[in-house]
Design a protein around this ligand. Structure first.
Ligand code: ZN
Length: 240
């Protein structure tokens, strides 16, 4: 069985469609979503509906949380704040309710999913280095956990020590723990503009990190036509 792990879609419909097509072409029959379905780009409602149609396990991201409430955002920069204000106006009441009711962490089969960290999922901390990963590993009770939030495809292993391992093709050894970032479908920030996601090959115990080209020009045109900040369109091409 193959599971596609999708994170940080951020209302980028073209990237989501390209990733779903790639996942199906690679025989993925199951999907999970690590949150931040909305925010930044111009198709929040369409992305929520596509994820709902998958009927897959989903956890909540900080943008999902903020887009579903009316209160002003905390901890968001100006660009994110402006996009969240726009997103609130373009989601239905039912879509907001669905986003509100998402859980912060879930166990799916024999692995765990979370948007930010397992130690304090509600605080939306970022795991960039070994020290950040150590705190989360303390609360990880499965060998494998997938996370998102940083928009950087990366991976950490925990055995005698905790360290970063090369992403790409990761072999899961059962008595070790792995904390793997799937990267971002809709707004990669590792200087590679292509959509990022992972395939978990359950039978082979491997995780494959993939990159997929999508119709970037259409996504950028929609952002501009929606009146969202120009920077949100230009950053997509730069992968940052
Ligand atoms: Zn995000």
């Amino acid at each position: 069985m193959r599971v596609a792990i999708l994170s940080d879609i951020h209302s980028n419909l073209e990237a989501l469609e390209a990733v779903l097509a790639d996942a199906r072409a690679h025989h993925c029959t199951h999907f999970v979503c690590l949150g931040d379905i909305v925010g930044y780009n111009a198709n929040p409602s369409e992305c929520v509906q596509l994820i709902q149609e998958l009927e897959c396990p989903v956890v909540k991201g900080n943008h999902d949380e903020q887009a579903a409430i009316d209160a002003s955002t905390k901890g968001f920069n100006e660009l994110a704040e402006e996009a969240i204000g726009w997103t609130r106006q373009h989601l239905s009441r039912e879509e907001k309710r669905w986003l509100t009711e998402l859980r912060l962490t879930r166990q799916v089969r024999d692995f765990t999913i979370v948007h930010a960290t397992l130690d304090t999922p509600r605080q939306w901390g970022y795991v960039f280095n070994d020290l950040d990963a150590i705190a989360s590993f303390t609360y990880q009770h499965t060998s494998l956990c997938f996370f998102g939030h940083t928009h950087w495809p990366t991976a950490f292993v925990c055995d005698e020590s905790v360290r970063r391992i090369a992403p790409g093709h990761i072999v899961i050894i059962p008595d070790k723990k792995y904390f793997i970032n799937a990267g971002s479908v809709g707004q990669p920030r590792d200087r590679d503009w292509r959509a990022a996601y992972c395939i978990f090959h359950c039978d082979r115990h491997t995780v494959e990190q993939r990159r997929v080209k999508y119709d970037l020009a259409t996504t950028q045109r929609k952002i501009r036509e929606a009146g969202l900040p120009e920077r949100l369109a230009s950053r997509l091409a730069q992968g940052r």
